[in-house]
Design a protein. Sequence first.
Length: 135
Amino acid sequence: MIKRIHHVCIAVHNLDESLELYSSLFGVRPSKIKELPEQGVRAALMPLSQGGEIELIEPLNPESGTAKFLEKRGEGIHHFCLETDDTDQELCLLADKGVELIDKKARRGLAGLVGFLHPKSTKGALIEIAQEVPD
């Protein structure tokens, strides 16, 4: 079952500059900054005081999906993430409804155990499903 919007993710060219900007604009500080080589990004999560988070992602290399996204679309919203208690179960339920999945099984991500839905099945939106788990 989907519980809430966990975060909105913004693709950026420079993570450090973007963290400075968001910190000065909104007074938010990152709770996590991590390189995720398997996803080709360096990412940061910035919690908001009333719940939810902003995630910023910077490509680690020019071949990553995020680098291609930035090249094609420029900086901006990359995806939004919905929180669940069980990512694998949610992915199975969505697949049974005919949703095309990027991830058929949950994998480790910055937000916990994550899986992505293909934008072809969601009217063009890249949607991440996440289950929070301890690091």
